[in-house]
Write a protein that binds this ligand. Structure first.
Ligand SMILES: *[C@@H]1O[C@H](CO)[C@@H](O)[C@H](O)[C@H]1NC(C)=O
Ligand SMILES: *[C@@H]1O[C@H](CO)[C@@H](O)[C@H](O)[C@H]1NC(C)=O
Ligand SMILES: *[C@@H]1O[C@H](CO)[C@@H](O)[C@H](O)[C@H]1NC(C)=O
Ligand SMILES: *[C@@H]1O[C@H](CO)[C@@H](O)[C@H](O)[C@H]1NC(C)=O
Ligand SMILES: *[C@@H]1O[C@H](CO)[C@@H](O)[C@H](O)[C@H]1NC(C)=O
Ligand SMILES: *[C@@H]1O[C@H](CO)[C@@H](O)[C@H](O)[C@H]1NC(C)=O
Ligand SMILES: *[C@@H]1O[C@H](CO)[C@@H](O)[C@H](O)[C@H]1NC(C)=O
Length: 458
């Protein structure tokens, strides 16, 4: 019943001339790379009512184009044009039917238009890039200068992943729990949908891999469907699977991905790839590195990343270190950056006590924690006294910067403790460990000589 109504509506729309006559787009929009059944069909991108319009703000110019059919309107009074530049009052032809180019996974639509000056022609290149998440995406124009002849746009779209993509895309759960320690890990943040990780073996060969997901097709990545693939350009460029998608496992207490049943090796066993993860709280957006290479069949990759840390601790760490530890001198505009001191607990000792403190964020391991209050930035080891709550408000002073952690444990009746962490400028290479320079019932002063507190002349 529902279907019938839709049919009637469509028919009536067409009857009143509202829908385009079904123009069969030219076949140049169907591309067969002839390898691994990689076929593409971009005709869908021209099943739109309006032409694509790319605005370029800085030059106040506009490019109108279509991939698989001519523009709806004329360009500089010419019809059959597929790319048109609007520059001031002028309309410039960027090209008629584009030429489709593909080389080693790089697919582009290349337009050549009218003359630009005496020697050159206007050109427009649309580079197609696979992004499995990009369903109704718009191309992006590369920024350019005034009076340009050549223009480039990048179009991230699911259609550039291939027509068989959905059937062959393989994405698995990326979480694992260590049953012994009940620790939960989630590598999901490492999964990529528009590019891959590359681990170089030598100048000519590299491992292309993804996490819990098939390798994403693209420039220099014409892999068979697999989670890891070997690219070798020693003679001609070849690609072979070195392991299928799988979920992480706990091996010997650490998170490991084992991609097995890759292409056959010389000894008729299947190739595979093992990715060993190492938890490192400070390792954001790191790249995997080549591990020990035993032979041409079994590949090892090592990856230091926060994603491989106990999920709960990683979230806590991110939250505690999220504040920016920077200060800009309003007169010189110089920006002090103490971010590298974040995310670590430091220990300082006095004659009577030992204190743990952190910079620009709460302590990571806080023995002064009371109930849910985890805000301490200084905690004394002997008495579990909070020296002050952490903050990231850097204050500038002669010869450096300081933090004032206030609202610590109460002292002298109704007062509360505070701690000054003073960063004093000291020349590069003379960085010292922090020391206590003042200690009293209600306050503590920690001094830290570091080159990070120096204003370099800019
Ligand atoms: C940009 O160009 C359009 C015509 O193409 C014009 O109407 C508009 O005033 C221009 N804007 C600026 C800021 O130059
Ligand atoms: C890789 O290339 C660089 C420069 O092109 C060369 O110096 C180096 O020796 C090469 N390394 C190998 C292992 O071929
Ligand atoms: C790449 O191919 C060359 C020539 O076929 C071969 O000698 C070399 O071992 C291959 N590299 C890898 C990493 O498999
Ligand atoms: C686990 O660790 C032990 C000792 O370090 C080692 O001998 C063994 O090969 C490891 N097992 C795996 C599967 O990596
Ligand atoms: C730090 O804060 C405390 C409490 O608000 C205040 O008494 C003290 O003067 C401040 N010290 C500095 C150097 O800003
Ligand atoms: C508490 O603070 C007030 C001022 O805010 C002061 O007058 C009073 O003497 C203090 N009490 C103690 C016990 O220190
Ligand atoms: C830090 O620098 C000051 C001079 O700016 C110096 O007096 C002090 O001894 C230094 N402290 C350490 C621990 O190096």
């Amino acid at each position: 019943m529902g279907r019938l109504i839709i049919l009637v509506l469509l028919a009536s729309e067409c009857y009143f001339g509202e829908c385009n006559k079904q123009v069969i787009p030219p076949s140049y929009c169907e591309i067969d790379l002839g390898v691994h059944a990689l076929k593409f069909d971009f005709r869908k991108l021209s099943e739109v009512n309006d032409d694509y319009i790319l605005k370029h703000e800085s030059t106040n110019e506009t490019i109108k184009f279509q991939l698989c059919k001519p523009l709806k309107k004329t360009c500089n009074e010419a019809s059959g044009v597929a790319g048109c530049l609007i520059r001031g009052n002028e309309e410039i032809i960027l090209g008629k039917v584009p030429e489709v180019q593909h080389e080693d996974g790089r697919i582009s639509f290349s337009y050549v238009g009218e003359k630009c000056g005496d020697k050159f022609y206007y050109t427009f290149n649309v580079i197609m890039m696979c992004d499995s998440q990009a369903e109704y995406s718009y191309p992006e124009l590369f920024p350019y200068d005034q009076k340009q002849c050549n223009f480039i746009a990048v179009w991230k779209t699911k259609l550039a992943c291939g027509v068989n993509f959905e059937a062959s895309e393989h994405s698995v759960d990326c979480k694992v729990t260590d049953e012994k320690t009940k620790t939960f890990y989630d590598l999901g943040s490492l999964k990529k949908t528009s590019d891959n990780y590359i681990v170089h073996i030598d100048n000519k060969s590299s491992i292309i891999l993804n996490v819990c997901h098939t390798v994403v097709f693209g420039s220099g990545v014409v892999c068979p469907f697999s989670a890891a693939c070997l690219r070798n350009s020693t003679n001609s460029i070849t690609y072979s699977s070195i392991g299928d998608v799988s979920s992480p496992k706990i091996v010997n207490g650490s998170v490991t991905l084992t991609y097995s049943t890759g292409a056959l090796c010389a000894d008729m066993t299947h190739s595979d790839t093992t990715i060993s993860f190492v938890c490192d709280f400070k390792a954001y957006e790191t790249q995997p590195a080549l591990g020990q290479l035993k032979d041409d069949c079994h590949y090892n990759v090592i990856w230091k990343t926060i994603a491989a840390c106990d999920n709960k601790k990683a979230e806590e760490y991110k939250q505690k270190t999220s504040a920016s530890c920077k200060f800009t001198n309003p007169i010189t505009n110089y920006e002090y950056n103490l971010d590298s001191l974040k995310g670590e607990d430091y220990i300082v000792r006095s004659a009577n006590d030992e204190y743990k403190f952190s910079v620009c964020g709460p302590l990571l391991t806080n023995f002064c924690k009371k109930g849910n209050d985890d805000s301490a930035g200084v905690c004394s080891a002997h008495n579990r006294i909070v020296g002050g709550k952490a903050n990231s408000k850097l204050i500038s002073t002669v010869g450096g910067l300081y933090l004032n952690y206030t609202d610590g444990s109460s002292c002298q009746g109704n007062r509360s403790r505070f701690t000054i962490i003073a960063f004093r400028c000291s020349p590069e290479g003379s960085d010292a460990v922090p020391i206590i320079t003042e200690e009293s019932t209600c306050h503590l002063v920690i001094q830290w000589n570091t080159s990070l507190a120096c204003e370099k002349k800019v």
